[in-house]
Design a protein around this ligand. Structure first.
Ligand SMILES: [Zn+2]
Length: 396
């Protein structure tokens, strides 16, 4: 998820190419796990019934079924701003309520998922399963017992920080580096997550914080939605080769996102510039506020930014190149998918615009010579292996 939501129009153009029968069949048959879908954020701002066609969403039931999606981690995202305002806990709970309500209204279409052991049973009849991933550890505040609280509500991974340093870790986007690793509290958070069986997610955090997290965690860690920095030099938000190797050495998995802001060098440069501009915007408004003057409009800032920075036209190959690179660097057992659908303002490659499009991804991998067994690992087998290991190591 971005820290601000740009009201970009969804481009619903037909994919550049269509998956063939073999790709569709594999997508339907394989267990597809996507570790990052920002639909709950969308429900907070432009609610729709996701059990039916929801044109403004990249995730809904009909599209998920068409794409063969089985396990969709719903992102419980809170921003650094909400953390500062003290509303992160409230927001996280409202988002979880929204996911629970979605499943409760549509028990034949969705089910909450608490354990990888339940996937086969619950996906019977074509249900799409909804585990929760918390993006930003802000909602737990400085209270370790909140980890158990959110575990009990269904959170199965936590991205330690988002766009700014928090009480736990530093952010790759943040100018301020507060901890140069994990905070003393952050170290206890990782230990408690291990104990409870919550996967530790190193996406978004700084290199120093990720390095310490990987070393400290007793169980495999994930990067829930991180592309490779190899393609976007100096973009710390994407994972370095060194850290990706460390994730793999620990038995973990790097989940590749689809957003052009991550997989396309031009998109990544825009993203970086965007963060700098937001920082300056916030600084200006803080000064105006202190001087008792009217503030600049956030909507106008977003609009002007979007107009001045059209997203690059990216082909699906940009994502497939990421997969190829990852598989060569860290092995096919350590690569997966964390699309970031509904979290990137529609800035997605041709042919990968919604959850209906996983078959195109499968077709692309088949065209590049991947064996079906390896494609199944990438689509979800690897993530389920990691989640199972983390759950098994829990000592709660
Ligand atoms: Zn994110």
């Amino acid at each position: 998820m971005r820290p601000t939501v740009l009201a970009a129009a969804l481009l619903l153009a037909a994919p550049a190419f269509a998956a063939d029968d073999a790709a569709n069949k594999l997508a339907q048959d394989a267990i597809i796990v996507d570790t990052h879908i920002d639909a709950p954020g969308g429900l907070m701002s432009h609610w729709a019934e996701l059990g039916k066609d929801a044109a403004k969403f990249e995730f809904d039931y009909p599209k998920a079924r068409k794409g063969g999606l089985d396990v969709a981690f719903m992102s419980i995202y809170t921003s650094a701003k909400q953390d500062g305002e003290g509303t992160a806990w409230q927001t996280a709970n409202e988002m979880i309520d929204a996911v629970e309500a979605l499943a409760a209204r549509n028990p034949d279409k969705f089910a909450l998922l608490r354990s990888p052991q339940d996937v086969d049973k619950l996906r019977q009849g074509g249900r799409v399963l909804l585990p929760l991933g918390m993006e930003n550890g802000a909602p737990i505040g400085d209270d370790l017992s909140q980890l158990k609280f959110f575990f009990d509500r269904g959170v199965r991974y936590i991205t330690l920080a988002h766009s700014a340093a928090n009480r736990i870790a530093d952010s790759s986007y943040g100018i301020e580096r507060k901890w140069h690793g994990l905070s003393p509290f952050g170290k206890r958070v990782v230990a408690e997550m291990n104990r409870l069986g919550i996967m530790v997610d190193v996406s978004h955090i700084s290199d120093e914080s990720a390095k310490e997290t990987i070393a400290l965690s007793k169980t495999p860690v994930i990067a829930s939605h991180s592309a490779f920095r190899h393609f976007t030099p100096d973009f710390e938000r994407n994972i370095s080769d060194e850290l990706a190797k460390a994730v793999a050495a620990k038995g973990g998995v790097v989940q590749i996102p689809f957003g052009t802001a991550f997989v396309d060098p031009k998109g990544a440069a825009n993203t970086q510039a965007h963060f700098r501009a937001i920082n300056e915007f916030n600084k200006r408004n803080a000064e105006l506020k202190a001087a008792g003057k009217p503030l600049e409009s956030e909507d106008e800032f977003d609009k002007a930014w979007a107009e001045a920075h059209p997203p690059p036209q990216t082909k699906i190959d940009a994502v497939l190149d990421q997969i190829d690179y990852a598989v060569k660097l860290i092995g096919v057992d350590h690569v997966g998918v964390g699309s970031d659908f509904d979290g990137v303002d529609g800035e997605l490659p041709d042919g990968l615009r919604t959850v209906a499009d996983y078959p195109n991804f499968v077709a692309g991998l088949q065209a590049r010579g991947y064996k079906d067994a390896d494609i199944r690992k990438i689509l979800g087998g690897n993530l389920l292996r990691v989640w199972t290991a983390v759950e098994a190591a829990a000592t709660r």
